[in-house]
Design a protein around this ligand. Structure first.
Ligand SMILES: CC(=O)N[C@@H]([C@@H](O)[C@H](O)[C@H](O)CO)[C@@H](O)CC(=O)C(=O)O
Length: 304
């Protein structure tokens, strides 16, 4: 398999709602067009940033279908199918395969603290459900389950495993997974705040929740790393982190802020689903400032 199709900048796709808060096909298409025009390499649909945890199974299938209809054949499509039960994950996996996704991915099962054997059994059952390659999703800060290199090595016995999306904070984890998997795996950087570090430590790609807010900047950071211009890449990362910190310091949730920001770019994908909190009136002016800061950076790095 040509793993280069999974390299590069892969925004975590957001939940796109209509005015009533239902998943919207036309708004999904609007976000898809925006990202396609920006030139990102793929999208990760139905993950944390896709608010999957607040969707019914039918809504998750809708979100997968709408994104695939808008983007199939235009970029790499990864479907997140993690759910509390193996049964639901298998149903989502089969749907993603029918829709033409390029790969599946899943968090470990959440709520009960399960032993490694149960988690391995869960991921293995998803892999057995379709012919698609599989990307393990390690995000201990939200799931409570930490993927170890030893468990990763065990999972590598299954040829369907082609990578790991690593959202734990230590860049060392990225290096350890890459060291365990070598050329047969792609490690995806998860924490956007250390995209550059992750790339240098072994990630060939990034999947991130703030990429769609500033795709040009991540594409630039990726280019700088590819060209070995690490000092410049580090400076850009620092500027990106100022934006992320600002986005996370508002009254509303980060996703609400990013959706408000996208609205200022002409992309209306609605708000966020409760219990996530929407933006406050005080946030509006701050989001104007964040949008202006992103524009200034894009301009500066376009000229660089
Ligand atoms: C904990 C968390 O949500 N991590 C995000 C990051 O992209 C995160 O939004 C970003 O680093 C800002 O903190 C991703 O790793 C996961 C993600 O975007 C997704 O699955 O949708």
């Amino acid at each position: 398999m040509d793993l280069t199709q999974f390299h590069g900048i892969i925004p975590a796709f957001y939940a796109c709602y209509d005015e009533q808060g239902n998943i919207s096909e036309s708004r999904t298409a609007a976000l898809a067009d925006y990202l396609h025009e920006k030139g990102v390499q793929g999208v990760y649909v139905g993950g944390s940033s896709g608010e999957c945890i607040y969707h019914s199974l039918e809504e998750r299938k809708q979100a997968l279908a709408y994104a695939a209809r808008a983007l199939k054949g235009k970029m790499t499509l990864i479907a997140h199918v993690g759910a509390p039960s193996t049964r639901d994950s298998i149903e989502l996996a089969r749907r993603a395969a029918e829709l033409g996704y390029d790969a599946l991915s899943a968090i470990p099962p959440i709520y009960f603290k399960l032993p490694d054997s149960a988690v391995i059994g869960y991921w293995t059952a998803i892999m057995a459900a379709t012919e698609l390659p599989f990307i393990i999703y390690n995000i201990p800060q939200t799931t409570g389950y930490t993927l170890t290199p030893a468990v990763f090595r065990q999972l590598l016995a299954n040829p369907k495993v082609i990578g790991v999306k690593n959202s734990s904070m230590p860049a060392l984890d990225i290096e350890r997974f890459k060291s365990a998997g070598g050329d047969r795996v792609v490690v995806f950087n998860g924490p956007d705040e250390q995209f550059v570090a992750g790339r240098i430590m072994g990630a060939a790609a990034g999947i991130g929740g703030t990429y769609a807010a500033m795709p040009d900047l991540y594409l630039q950071a990726d280019r700088l790393v590819r060209e070995g211009r690490f000092e410049e890449a580090g400076k850009l990362q620092s500027a990106i982190n100022d934006i992320i910190v600002a986005l996370c310091s508002l009254d509303g949730s980060m996703y609400a802020a990013i959706k408000e920001l996208l609205l200022r770019r002409g992309v209306n994908i609605g708000g966020v689903r409760a219990p996530l909190e929407g933006v406050s009136s005080a946030d509006a002016a701050r989001i104007d400032g964040i949008a202006a800061a992103i524009d200034a950076l894009v301009l500066r790095y376009d000229e660089a």
